[in-house]
Design a protein around this ligand. Structure first.
Ligand code: RB5
Length: 142
């Protein structure tokens, strides 16, 4: 599985901590930036990441800003993207199993790094269940 991760300045520190964890866990990932906590605009990172996931260059994306909201709104503008804003492990599992979400958004100002790591682990590991959910996911695309 190939993963791409990015943030804005509001999510920079959490991105760095998740990047360290992905590296430790041998996940195949690309850090799309930014490289510092200097102020940037979250759509400038959400859009290219979403486009790369929608194009199949990456299997999954992770986007982090202060709340996760700006990133998730932006990413969901790209056709084929199902970006889930998640701050608990129950939703991380459910959104993979039921929505086949392909981007995970989180907010650095909302949760701490320990919970964020657990959410990433669960979200990356959970398979889409398909079945009755497929009809609903297709309706999103339509
Ligand atoms: C940046 O201050 C902040 O607005 C951004 O990180 C994010 O929370 C937007 O949704």
């Amino acid at each position: 599985m190939k993963v791409i991760i990015a943030s804005d300045h509001g999510g920079f520190n959490l991105k760095q901590s998740i990047v360290a964890k992905l590296r430790e866990n041998d996940v195949d990932f690309t850090d799309f930036g930014p490289d510092s906590d200097a102020s940037v605009d979250y759509p400038d990172f959400a859009r290219p990441v979403a486009e790369k996931v929608a194009a199949g260059e990456y299997d999954r994306g992770i986007l982090i800003c202060g709340t996760g909201i700006g990133m998730s709104i932006s990413a969901n503008k790209v056709k084929g993207i199902r970006c889930a804003l998640v701050h608990d492990t129950f939703s991380a599992r459910a959104t993979r199993a039921h929505n086949n979400s392909n981007i995970l958004a989180m907010g650095e100002r909302v949760i701490g790094p320990g919970l964020a790591d657990d959410i990433v682990d669960v979200w990356l590991a959970t398979e889409y269940e398909g079945g009755r959910h497929e009809r609903r996911v297709c309706k999103i695309e339509e």
